[in-house]
Design a protein around this ligand. Structure first.
Ligand SMILES: [Fe+2]
Ligand SMILES: [Fe+2]
Length: 193
């Protein structure tokens, strides 16, 4: 956590700091296997959830600021504004720019898309999406299966696809709303899996 320690402590509970560190370590360790920059992988992992514990109003304000920057297109914005927790990654991207002055587009996109996935994502964003799901502290049967596909089978596309699979399965099982962006991501991922 090193240089990001104070930033994490400012915004997150101990439990979520541990999740962020676990995600960052996983990503840093295996980035090379998938031709991803390990340093960017670490930064994406450690910062992706920085806005996760803010209020809905704070998330909406930050997310709107980020959208105005036009770094990348945020799809289904109206839908997401009605369910502000879905925008915590976009709000994280805004904090990463405004407080840490990190303007790397790939890192910002990785934060933006880690919650729902999406289509035509860069590999760093895909890696953040699936690592957030399968980092070892999650330790549930679905996350363990994705982790095994990633680190034992070394099959990035399959791990990416199964992240959508389990995510959508969970949302259906719990009768929760599903953003069309995740369905589009699933449909794209099934073709390359
Ligand atoms: Fe998150
Ligand atoms: Fe996360």
């Amino acid at each position: 956590m090193d240089i990001y320690k104070d930033f994490l402590k400012k915004y997150l509970s101990e439990k979520r700091i541990n999740h962020s560190i676990s995600t960052a370590k996983l990503m840093h360790k295996y980035a090379d296997d998938f031709n991803i920059d390990p340093e960017k992988a670490y930064i994406s992992g450690i910062l992706h959830d920085i806005a996760r514990e803010l209020t809905d109003d704070e998330i909406i304000t930050l997310a709107k600021k980020f959208v105005m920057r036009k770094v990348c297109k945020i799809n289904y914005l109206k839908f997401k504004l009605n369910h502000p927790h879905l925008l915590h990654g976009v709000a994280s991207a805004e904090l990463i720019i405004s407080e840490l002055k990190i303007r790397d587009k790939e890192i910002l996109e990785a934060a933006c898309f880690h919650t729902l996935g999406g289509t035509h994502l860069p590999n760093l964003a895909k890696f953040t999406f699936l690592s957030d799901y399968c980092e070892p502290l999650r330790n549930n049967p679905a996350s363990r299966k994705v982790l095994k596909i990633l680190i034992k089978e070394k099959n990035f596309n399959k791990a990416y696809f199964y992240t959508y699979h389990f995510l959508l399965e969970y949302l259906l099982h719990k009768n929760k709303i599903i953003c069309p962006e995740s369905i589009e991501g699933y449909n794209e991922a099934i073709l390359s899996n």
